[in-house]
Structures are given as structure tokens and as C-alpha cells.
Write a protein that binds this ligand. Structure first.
Ligand SMILES: [Zn+2]
Length: 255
């Protein structure tokens, strides 16, 4: 048992009793962890409104031995995520994009396995999302690619996984999920039904995988490019998770 301090994002909340909640955080110092927030459901509870999903908080908690619930003792709000107040017409898409990021942070991480780089990336994306000038889908695809990259599972976007021909030399590829790469149209067999990705989308994916969030947030993509890039990233993520992220059903691809 020890008293710990950290900075973390609220990524999940579950009711525990009439007045308490179990809150899951993704923190910079400890990675993911859950803690019991006693009185969190009371209007004038000890944590005020610090524990809304995607709020960034300064936290103090008592870390218990394995198998016992940690206890939250202090949560001070550092910043709140409220994209629907930014005045953008697609505020709801931005809000659900945030929930999607929270779901990925929760499902792709183990407790007490910190990754400060991933934490900083998530905070960056949550800061960019509410900005009216932000291209939401370019930013989301960037986050998906960065997540895959930080896990060492970014698909090879540079050449055909079978013949090794550079991706620029063919117009259409299919995403070969299990091999972590793409297959050119010459190598693809009838029975393989991977998502198709055209060369311009592959070029965008390569570009996004080497740029920062600010560049990604300004990158214009057409609706076909968004669909192809997002589908490729989601297939790779779903392969790791063993299922499709649930929040995606609320996120409508642009037409
Ligand atoms: Zn090939």
C-alpha cells in the first residue's frame, strides 16, 4: 500500500454503489489503472466535476496490493474535454471521436504499464479535436496509426508483402491484416477479401505515420481516402483487440 501522485485522463466510469464509482484512468506515470472514488456520485462530492470522461486531472491515490481496488483520495481538474461547445457543426462527431480514443486507451493497455509517449499523444489529440479548423478524420487516422506504431504493430505501407514491389508502382492494394502489410493487385488471389486501399490513400497513410498531430489535423482528405485509411487502421487495431472497437458504431464516416 502506497500513496501515489500522477496526472491522468478519465477513460471509463462504472457505478459501484449508490454514491461511489470505479473510475479508470490512463495516466502518464502509471499507464492504465482503476480506483474507487467514494462519494463521486454525490452532487457536492469530494471530486466535484473532475471525473467526467476525458477530463485531465491531477490525482492522488492509495495503491493497494494486487487484487484489491485502489482508492482515489484527490482529483483536481486540469482540463476538460468539451468539443461540442467549440461551435463546430460536427461537435457530436468530435465528442464520439474522444470516446473512441478513450476506448482504445482502455482496451489496448494493461494496468500499471506506463507509456508516457502514448499519454502525450492522447492529450495532444484531445486538445486538437475541439478546434474548428481541425480535420477530425485525418486526426483520428493519425491517432490510430500512432497507436499502432507505439505498439510496434504498424502495417508495412511501403511495399507488397509478397513480391516486394514498392507500393507506389501499383494503383490498388489490399490490406493483408494477418501479415501486417498490403498485397498488390498482381499478388492478390480471388478468395482474399481484404479492404482495398488505393495508392493515394497509401501515400496519405505513409505521410501521416511520419508527421505530428498538428500537421495531421490540417490534412484534407476526400471521403474515399478517409474510408480507405480508417478501415485499414481499424482492421489492424481490431486484429490486436480480437474485436471491433464498440464506439465506432457512433462514428459515421463522411459521405
Ligand atoms: Zn505483389
Amino acid at each position: 500500500m502506497s500513496l501515489e501522485k500522477c496526472t491522468g485522463l478519465v477513460i471509463r466510469q462504472v457505478d459501484f454503489s449508490e454514491s461511489s464509482r470505479v473510475v479508470t484512468f490512463y495516466s502518464r506515470e502509471f499507464g492504465r489503472f482503476s480506483a474507487l472514488a467514494k462519494g463521486a456520485k454525490r452532487l457536492k462530492g469530494p471530486f466535484d466535476a473532475a471525473l467526467d470522461v476525458l477530463s485531465e486531472c491531477r490525482l492522488v491515490f492509495i495503491r493497494k496490493s494486487q487484487g484489491t481496488l485502489n482508492l482515489l483520495t484527490e482529483a483536481r481538474l486540469a482540463s476538460r474535454f468539451q468539443p461540442q461547445l467549440s461551435g463546430a457543426s460536427d461537435g457530436l462527431t468530435r465528442l464520439y471521436s474522444g470516446y473512441y480514443i478513450a476506448e482504445l486507451l482502455n482496451s489496448l493497455n494493461e494496468d500499471f504499464d506506463p507509456n508516457p509517449e502514448l499519454y502525450d499523444v492522447a492529450v495532444e489529440v484531445l486538445a486538437e479535436l475541439p478546434r474548428v479548423e481541425t480535420q477530425v478524420w485525418s486526426l483520428l487516422v493519425w491517432f490510430e496509426l500512432t497507436l499502432l506504431q507505439l505498439s510496434g504493430l504498424l502495417p508495412n505501407l511501403h511495399e507488397c508483402s509478397i513480391c516486394g514491389e514498392p507500393a507506389e508502382s501499383r494503383e490498388v492494394h489490399a490490406h493483408w491484416v494477418s501479415q501486417g502489410g498490403v498485397i498488390c493487385s498482381d499478388c492478390r488471389r480471388e478468395e482474399y477479401r481484404g479492404n482495398l486501399v488505393r495508392s493515394d490513400s497509401l501515400a496519405i497513410l505513409r505521410r501521416l505515420s511520419t508527421s505530428g498531430s498538428a500537421v495531421a489535423a490540417r490534412l484534407q482528405m476526400n471521403s474515399r481516402q478517409i474510408e480507405e485509411c480508417h478501415k485499414l487502421a481499424v482492421s489492424a487495431i481490431s486484429d490486436i483487440l480480437g474485436k471491433r472497437p464498440k464506439t465506432l458504431r457512433y462514428l459515421q464516416l463522411p459521405r
